[in-house]
Design a binder for this molecule. Structure first.
Ligand SMILES: [Zn+2]
Length: 287
């Protein structure tokens, strides 16, 4: 499920950029398509390259991180829950990982953490495969991760792609800031339908087309989310959609997914560029 993220003005601050091709292991290629488990796999282009970013912790050792203090750790926060009959249960995590990987291209001021695969997905519990840890535990997981991470880096951003996690992410970030740590949550805005519809299907066609069952993509409940929420609060998603979809995935394209990914990465990049270090902050920003 998508969620509206905080409105953050795109300002241009000092950004350290590097040549995206510099310092990469020989044969390494595009970071797009790094799977949800964060484990690099051979690139699908058959080049024999490894689709992993040097900014991902899966490619780093602890001595590499001794000088990581000034960098921002991006923690993809997803969920494991139904996404209709045509998309895998890991969609939210896959998308969070992909946005983080896209963000890390060409930047040397971020590090990407392995993702949080589970979140608060109680509204999907009627569908098999849903693995929810609830809001309270999600919040605690993020708080503990943030506490630990800020021993290595100055800033932590929880890149959350599951709307059900929004309040837990916001509370965790606020709690960390109250403790004097620099943390925030951020979520992409896809626009359009709410869950497993055109936006998420397009994103998955861009990220992992081999895991999209296009022939099984059918419209779900296309009503406005605001109208569906009362029934969903009572009975979960299944109360308003038999197939688990809120929206219409037909017409989704990889090109649309690519554009959404690039836009999300650019928007998050602008947030990082505009990030006022805690202590010099005059007004609360973000979640
Ligand atoms: Zn989703």
């Amino acid at each position: 499920m998508s969620v509206d993220g905080p409105e953050v003005p795109a300002r241009h601050g000092a950004r350290r950029r590097r040549d995206a091709s510099a310092d990469r292991p020989a044969g390494s290629g595009d970071v797009r398509g790094v799977p949800a488990d964060g484990v690099p796999r051979p690139a699908p282009d058959g080049s024999g390259g490894v689709a992993a970013s040097r900014e991902h912790l899966s490619t780093r050792t602890w001595p590499d991180l001794e000088a990581a203090r000034g960098r921002t750790l991006v923690v993809p926060v997803g969920a494991t829950e139904q996404h209709g009959p045509h998309l895998p249960l890991t969609v939210d995590t896959d998308i969070a990982v992909a946005v983080a990987a896209r963000l890390a291209e060409g930047r040397d001021d971020v590090l990407v953490a392995p993702p949080v695969h589970y979140g608060a997905s109680g509204e999907h519990q009627a569908f098999p495969g849903t693995l929810s840890i609830g809001l309270e535990v999600t919040e605690l997981v993020l708080v503990e991760l943030g506490r630990s991470a800020t021993h290595t880096v100055d800033r932590v951003v929880f890149l959350s792609t599951h709307g059900g996690n929004a309040s837990a992410v916001a509370r965790a970030a606020a709690r960390l800031r109250d403790e004097g740590r620099d943390a925030r949550g951020w979520s992409p805005r896809w626009g359009g339908d709410a869950h497993a519809g055109r936006a998420e299907t397009s994103l998955m066609l861009a990220i992992a087309p081999d895991r999209v069952r296009t022939a099984d993509a059918r419209p779900g409940n296309t009503g406005a989310l605001v109208d569906l929420l009362p029934a969903m609060r009572e009975g979960g998603v299944v109360a308003v959609s038999d197939n688990g979809i809120l929206g219409d995935p037909t017409g989704a394209t990889a090109a649309e997914g690519e554009a959404l990914l690039s836009r999300a990465a650019a928007e998050l990049g602008a947030v990082l560029d505009a990030w006022v270090p805690r202590g010099s902050r005059t007004a609360g920003e973000g979640t």
